[in-house]
Write a protein of this length. Structure first.
Length: 92
C-alpha cells in the first residue's frame, strides 16, 4: 500500500499507474493543524523564544539552535509531535 498526501495545490496533481494500491490523504492548501512541524514551531516559540526574548538576530539563532539541540537529544519528545490524531498520517 502506498500513501499519498494530496494538499489541494495544482503542483501536486499527477497520474498514478495503479490506484488500487494507494491510499489518498486529502489536506486543504493551508492546514497547520495537520502538519507536525507546526507542533515543533509552537514548542520553539513557547519554550525557547518566549522565555528569553532575544535582542538581535544572532541571539535569536543561538537560542533556537540550543533549544533544538536539546530537543534532538529527547526522541520521545520528538515522537510526541506525531501523537495528535490530525498528524498520525505523518508517522506512517
Amino acid at each position: 500500500m502506498t500513501a499519498i498526501l494530496c494538499i489541494g495545490h495544482t503542483a501536486s496533481r499527477s497520474g498514478y499507474s495503479n490506484p488500487q494500491q494507494m491510499e489518498l490523504f486529502y489536506l486543504p492548501p493551508y492546514s497547520p493543524e495537520c502538519n507536525p512541524d507546526e507542533f515543533l514551531n509552537q514548542d520553539v516559540k513557547t519554550n525557547a523564544v518566549g522565555r528569553q526574548r532575544p535582542h538581535d538576530k544572532t541571539e535569536l539563532m543561538k537560542t533556537v539552535r540550543a533549544y533544538l539541540h536539546r530537543i534532538q537529544q529527547c526522541p520521545e519528545r520528538v515522537s510526541g509531535y506525531f501523537w495528535a490524531p490530525e498528524v498520525k498520517y505523518a508517522g506512517i
